[in-house]
Ligand binder design. Structure first.
Ligand code: URA
Length: 227
């Protein structure tokens, strides 16, 4: 982690204040004064600021029920950022693990632990994401075997990893995928001649959404460990 980020994670200083303190020679790493704000440090290093030993706050892991018409982004855009619903200290330290489209609702995970989010999002991890999909047309019988086999999405050369789909109502389906390609669910149904009318993420790994829209909570240690 960068030294300026480490200082922010261990104190109430903003990034700009941390950089000023570093430039002023107040930061030491293992006894050596470091004036380069981007110097890489490790939490096992002995890091002090103005003589005080710094200990980073524990990582945070949250779930949120993303309402429709919100952006999975740290800043507002065409729609408001879902961070508006996140009344928490230092929200800018958090990032979103696996974004959803503006019109998609459901489970969003947030953290400041980059290693944890990397593990969830890399396809080799095969972390299952479960989506409840409302379709324009009923789920055709030929779709489940095609999704199970993997199919080529428009403009791509690598087929999708095997996915499971089952009917959940007259025009509703439950889809489980282990990747997170751009607009993947909508493009998968488009590739088999159907259309997604609405999309809701219910589960990521063993973490199941259990909150009303706009609400958030910390994950339990079991959820963090098992995702
Ligand atoms: N797939 C999509 O097409 N959209 C999402 O928001 C998530 C997965």
């Amino acid at each position: 982690m960068r030294l300026d980020k480490f200082i922010c994670k261990s104190t109430d200083l903003s990034r700009a204040e941390a950089r000023r303190a570093i430039a002023a020679g107040e930061a030491r790493v293992n006894g050596e004064v470091i004036t380069h704000e981007a110097a890489q440090v490790h939490e096992n290093n002995h890091i002090t600021l103005a003589g005080q030993r710094l200990v980073p706050r524990p990582f945070r892991y949250l779930m949120m029920h993303k309402p429709a018409g919100t952006l999975c982004s740290n800043v507002d855009g065409v729609y408001p950022s879902l961070f508006r619903w996140l009344h928490i200290d230092k929200p800018d330290e958090l990032h979103i693990v696996g974004r959803l489209d503006a019109d998609t609702t459901g489970l969003v995970l947030l953290t400041d632990d980059g290693r944890w989010s990397f593990n969830i999002t890399r396809p080799e991890q095969h972390c299952a994401k479960v989506y409840r999909v409302t379709l324009r047309d009923p789920l055709a019988e030929h779709v489940a075997p095609r999704f199970a086999q993997g199919l080529l999405l428009q403009g791509e050369t690598r087929p999708t990893l095997p996915a499971r789909v089952e009917p959940a109502g007259p025009r509703e389906a439950l889809l489980t995928i282990t990747e997170g390609r751009f607009h993947q669910v909508k493009r998968m149904f488009a590739a088999v001649g159907n259309r997604v009318e609405s999309l809701h993420r219910e589960q990521v790994g063993n973490v199941r959404l259990d909150l009303p829209p706009g609400q958030w909570r910390s994950l339990t240690s079991d959820e963090v460990a098992g995702v």
